[in-house]
Ligand binder design. Structure first.
Ligand SMILES: [Fe+2]
Length: 257
């Protein structure tokens, strides 16, 4: 009888040890760390972006990098503003340093541009175009315009929808990098056009002349992270972030001779 008790006790101890081992094994399996997912770097603050020196400063963005999402994603906005735009600004400052252009406004520089001056043409255009672009977009924007700009669009294109179709077509058909524009031409009429690279309607002989009131950047750096090769989807989304109040102010100013 005593032997039976000893055997039973031994069995209980062995069973308990086995149970602990299984539990321990189980815990080890559960505790195995999953592969670390790469953490996205936190977004910077647009207010921290400063030009490296010279007469031209980066314009304040006026909203956070994620303010236009999901139409334009935060990472694209951050790279576009803090890298591309800053680079155009810095290179423009270098290009005008020590020249008579140093004391001129960007508008005057572009209106009297020597097209062979590639440094000023590319970087001055890049500076003006992007400064303009940040301004005519905004959060809680989009929809149809109101007031005088809406009346002018209806008069010159037939309807807002017809205007959208024509503007989207100009932006889609611009081959390679460039910009689509809505301008007030010298006769006061609204006209749609496009320019390659960083050219713009202020420059002489670009094929679209007038005072810009709306612009769309169709360089791949403006959309490729989110839209890849689907430029038309990016163009469709752009209409959701147009700040028509800002466009209306530019339209009013453009009508002043
Ligand atoms: Fe751009």
């Amino acid at each position: 009888m005593k032997k039976v008790k000893i055997l039973l006790s031994a069995f209980v101890v062995i069973a308990a040890l086995q149970s602990c081992k299984e539990k321990s094994d189980l815990e080890e399996v559960v505790a195995t760390p999953e592969p670390q997912k790469e953490q996205a770097a936190p977004l910077g603050n647009p207010d921290d972006v400063k030009a490296e020196g010279g007469p031209f400063q980066v314009a304040k963005l006026g909203y956070k990098y994620d303010a236009l999402a999901p139409n334009i994603d935060a990472k694209t906005m951050e790279i576009h503003y803090s890298k591309h735009y800053k680079k155009y600004t810095d290179e423009l400052n270098k290009a005008v340093k020590g020249t008579p252009l140093e004391s001129k406004t960007i508008e005057d520089i572009l209106k009297t541009l020597d097209p062979e001056n590639k440094a000023v043409r590319n970087n001055g255009g890049g500076y003006y175009n992007h400064t303009f672009f940040w301004e005519i977009m905004g959060p809680n924007a989009g929809g149809a315009p109101k007031g005088a700009i809406a009346e002018a669009i209806n008069k010159d294109f037939g309807s807002y929808e017809a205007f959208k179709t024509q503007f989207a077509e100009a932006a889609t058909k611009q081959f390679g990098s460039g910009w689509a524009w809505l301008v007030v031409d010298p006769s006061g009429k609204l006209v749609i056009g496009s320019t390659p690279n960083q050219d713009n309607p202020l420059m002489p002989n670009t094929g679209v002349a007038g005072k810009p009131v709306l612009a769309l950047d169709v360089w791949e750096h403006a959309y490729y992270l989110n839209y890849q090769n689907k430029r038309p989807d990016y163009i469709t989304a752009f209409f959701n972030v147009i700040n028509w109040d800002a466009v209306a102010k530019k339209y009013d100013a453009a009508l002043v001779k």
